[in-house]
Design a binder for this molecule. Structure first.
Ligand code: NAD
Length: 264
């Protein structure tokens, strides 16, 4: 299937590694020009070089900056004013008992996981409206619907993304712009590999055993009983970004390995 992305300009926030990198890779492979983002020049340059080596010299450009800040977001839009496909992927997680989550953490999680995407959507929407075409995709999580008791502040941000995404889809009703959220389940990203390795070391177990125990105890409803790959998540995002997905909007789309138990 040709996803008809040739010539489209895409931006993927937080895309030097993990799910974001795989999304950038999938979009570039389908012909989009991708702006890669991470916080350091070194990481951004490395990702851009990898993508260009795989998909051609014009496949990717980079923007180094912390997109949880307004200053970086505004600098990004000055440099790249026209983005057809905005993927708000940037996100952080950290297990912490509820009683130990201070105000500052609640604020930081909101700023990084929610406000970063809200701000970018607000900045890029006027040009999308002018072209009467655009794709805004929020990378949320199964945790939006199944709030993890070990990181309620993270769950809060992922639910908030669903609210913003649905509301924005309604605000652009009748245009060629679609707005959706994608809900990955447990996915083997860099952040998750680091998390599993740290747990394995702390408990004196292998990473494989920790993974098995994670699915037995923490995510027993997973139907695939393994971490998804970042490429599996990226495939769904690439489709939603495509002109072919023009009737899919206002939706919360799962690529969660069946962790969420309801059928819809
Ligand atoms: P990751 O930690 O593996 O990678 C995140 C990327 O974002 C990295 O390139 C990192 O450098 C970059 N980054 C982090 N903070 C940044 C900032 N302030 N500015 C710019 N770049 C920044 O993350 P991941 O696991 O791939 O997660 C990506 C998204 O997917 C997140 O929104 C996360 O909530 C969501 N998600 C992940 C999982 C999972 O199991 N991995 C499950 C559901 C949802």
């Amino acid at each position: 299937m040709d996803l008809q992305l040739t010539g489209k300009q895409a931006l993927v926030s937080g895309s030097t590694a993990g799910i974001g990198y795989s999304i950038a890779e999938a979009l570039a492979r389908e012909g989009a020009r991708v702006i890669v983002n991470g916080r350091t020049e070194v990481a951004v340059e490395r990702a851009v070089a990898q993508l260009c080596a795989a998909s051609g010299p014009n496949a990717a450009e980079g923007f180094a900056g912390d997109l949880s800040t307004a200053v970086a977001a505004e600098a990004l839009v000055r440099r790249f004013p026209d983005v057809d496909i905005l993927v708000n992927n940037l996100g952080i997680f950290e297990p912490k008992p509820f009683e130990e989550i201070p105000d500052a953490d609640w604020q930081r999680f909101f700023d990084v996981n929610v406000l970063s995407g809200v701000r970018l959507a607000r900045l890029y929407l006027p040009a999308m409206r002018q072209r009467n075409w655009g794709r805004v995709i929020f990378i949320s999580s199964e945790s939006a619907l199944q709030i993890p008791s070990e990181m309620i502040h993270y769950g809060m941000t992922k639910t908030a993304q669903l609210a913003v995404s649905r509301g924005l889809a309604e605000a652009v009703a009748g245009t060629g712009i679609t707005v959706n959220s994608v809900l990955p389940g447990p996915t083997r990203s860099r952040g998750v590999v680091d998390f599993v390795d740290a747990l394995a070391q702390a408990e004196g177990k292998s990473a494989e055993v920790v993974e098995q125990e994670f699915f037995l105890k923490m995510r027993p409803t997973s139907l695939i009983r393994r971490f998804a790959t970042t490429e599996e998540v990226a495939s769904l995002v690439a489709y939603v970004a495509s002109p072919l997905a023009s009737a899919t909007t206002g939706a919360a789309l799962r690529v969660d390995g069946g962790v969420l138990r309801s059928a819809v």
